[in-house]
Write a protein that binds this ligand. Structure first.
Ligand code: RIB
Ligand code: CA
Length: 314
């Protein structure tokens, strides 16, 4: 008897890697039921991330998946964008002029609360942008926290160091207050940071394998990966771009694709130098009752094998 597909809600800021993640998640309906997509301002402004999420939904042939508009800016700070890594429209070289389809009128935080309560205990929140929408949802209805199966987050840095400052990863840096509130809640959080994602790179061979597939999904993925590879080359990387956000989908599909360490993870919210730094405490005597886990390593070949198989599905 085939198991029921896992229910997930994807919160994102597309973003080229968010785009690959969305196309992947929407390509395996027998494994993942994407109940909704919520967007927020991040890599590019909210209007573009919302449009981009909707475009990916349409390209995936999944017009029935609702897309909700969320936070335009962080809880208390000014927005920090990343056009240099995602292009001015947020999807690299992809044409963003197509019909994105309708945007649901319900704000993201309200949709998250409603869907968590409707799926009591079975819904996983998959967050691949700043954590503002999730923090606003908990503020709106703190009672959702014990009803969420798991929160899978792309974010954080430990041994690898940061990608926007010496010690902070972008999603956490962009809204450290939101990240602190999400991590302070008592739900289980699986944090996939740069220590793992920097080992999952779309090198030329992996990108070419996807580009060789005849589906529209694969062609879009290959375009997004090629854009990231080019930007990363300009920044000195030689083995392709890190597959940050798709790692959250890999985790939702099969957590065994990662090695995990129980942890207590806290976020620095004071000052500018250490803003968004994730302190990942792994010493058993200091973890206490924390329900966090940190992705220590990732199985890059297996992740790409599954991504490529999904890319080629009719
Ligand atoms: O640091 C990588 C993260 O920041 C990814 O989610 C990418 O899309 C950007 O939002
Ligand atoms: Ca993202």
């Amino acid at each position: 008897m085939r198991p029921e597909p896992r229910k997930i809600l994807i919160d994102c800021d597309p973003g080229v890697d968010d785009g690959v993640a969305l196309l992947w998640a929407l390509a395996e309906p027998e494994a993942l039921e994407v109940v909704a997509i919520t967007a927020l301002g991040g890599n590019v402004p909210l209007a573009k991330t919302t449009r981009n999420a909707a475009l990916m939904r349409m390209l995936a042939g999944r017009s029935g998946v609702p897309v909700h508009r969320g936070a335009a800016r962080p809880l208390v700070r000014a927005a920090v964008q990343a056009e240099e890594f995602h292009g001015p429209e947020g999807l690299g070289d992809l044409d963003t002029g197509g019909d994105p389809g309708p945007i649901a009128p319900e704000p993201a935080a309200q949709a998250i609360c409603r869907l968590v309560r409707a799926s009591a205990g079975t819904l996983t929140l998959v967050a691949m942008g700043p954590l503002t929408n999730l923090a606003e949802a908990v503020r709106l209805d703190p009672g959702i926290v014990p009803l969420v199966r798991e929160v899978i987050v792309m974010g954080g840095a430990r041994s690898e160091g940061g990608n926007i400052t010496a010690s902070a990863e972008y999603n956490i840096y962009a809204d450290p207050e939101a990240a602190a509130e999400v991590l302070a809640a008592t739900w289980p959080v699986s944090l996939i940071g740069l220590d793992a994602t920097h080992t999952v790179r779309s090198d030329e061979a992996r990108t070419a394998a996807i580009a060789a597939l005849p589906t529209a999904r694969a062609q879009a993925m290959a375009s997004l990966l090629a854009f990231t590879n080019r930007i990363e080359r300009e920044h000195g990387a030689v083995d392709g771009g890190p597959l940050h956000d798709p790692c959250t989908i890999a985790c939702a599909l099969d957590e065994r694709l990662f090695q995990w360490a129980p942890a207590d993870i806290q976020v620095e919210t004071q000052g500018e130098l250490a803003r968004g730094h994730t302190a990942v405490e792994m010493r058993p005597s200091r973890i206490g009752h924390s329900r966090h886990r940190w992705a220590v390593t990732a199985d890059a070949p297996a992740i790409f094998a599954r991504l490529t198989a999904a890319a080629g599905r009719p």
